[in-house]
Design a protein around this ligand. Structure first.
Ligand SMILES: C[S@@+](CC[C@H](N)C(=O)[O-])C[C@H]1O[C@@H](n2cnc3c(N)ncnc32)[C@H](O)[C@@H]1O
Length: 228
């Protein structure tokens, strides 16, 4: 393993705003932050927003700057990526940001029912093979988990370069009769021109993967829906 990665892993261990539970801890069913994220991590009551597959956490830290009244938690399995987000939060003095290193499949071991208010899915793996469709982060399996973790009326945002994941998500929204609040198959040519300046600022946050796809000329898609 490279020196850089080792350094990042070591720093993750000492960051107070990075949590890395072991598989055994989670499976034991008594993860101490479950149901206590606001009280014990953020030390204040505020809407809790999750970014799943956050990578370097550009949305987690970007949204935290735009809406300091909310608490933001980036979730990813890769420690070196989370480190980047954690460092950014530290450098920018963002007290409303934390990171959780875990597998998205462990969501229900990490959060109590109705603990979160919103979920962001940013450039998630589209899992193009049909056999892997259940692993898509907007599959019925994940929607059922989000329903447990989110407060009633909680929001889900999907930003993706993948037409497949975009169309699939719209199909799931329709099949589950979920309220569709916004959709666009071209965020920068369409959506940003018809939303408020505050929403424009949110949509204009660009992640590492998004910047890569934009240089390749791909369109960026966005869907926002609610879980009643
Ligand atoms: C395509 S990248 C997108 C990263 C970031 N959101 C961005 O837009 O730059 C997908 C991210 O999902 C994470 N990921 C993939 N499978 C995961 C899983 N099962 N649990 C947690 N994170 C996962 C990867 O580590 C990676 O950082």
């Amino acid at each position: 393993m490279g020196k850089n990665k080792l350094f990042r892993f070591a720093e993750n261990e000492v960051f107070e705003h990075v949590v890395q539970p072991t598989f055994e801890e989670l499976m034991a069913g008594n993860f101490p932050l479950k149901g206590r994220w606001n009280a014990d991590m953020f030390k204040r009551e505020a809407p809790l927003v999750l970014e799943l597959g956050c990578g370097r956490g550009e949305y987690t830290t970007g949204l935290a700057q735009l809406a300091p009244e909310k608490n933001y938690l980036g979730v990813d399995i890769k420690g070196a990526r989370i480190w980047r987000g954690a460092r950014t939060a530290q450098e920018q003095g963002l007290a409303n940001v934390a990171f959780l290193r875990t597998h998205v499949d462990h969501l229900l071991h990490c959060f109590a029912p109705h603990e979160a208010s919103e979920i962001w899915l940013t450039f998630s793996d589209p899992q193009v093979k049909k056999a892997k469709a259940r692993k898509r982060l907007t599959s019925p399996l994940f929607l059922a988990r989000y329903k447990q973790v989110l407060k009633p009326g909680g929001l889900i945002h999907l930003k993706t370069d993948s037409p497949l994941l975009y169309e699939y998500t719209l199909e799931q929204v329709e099949a589950h009769k979920l309220p569709l609040l916004e959709k666009s198959d071209d965020v920068y040519a369409d959506l940003v021109n018809r939303v408020s300046p505050a929403e424009q600022a949110v949509l204009n946050i660009r992640t590492y993967y998004e910047r890569m796809w934009l240089t390749e000329g791909r369109k960026i898609h966005y869907v926002r829906f609610a879980i009643p």
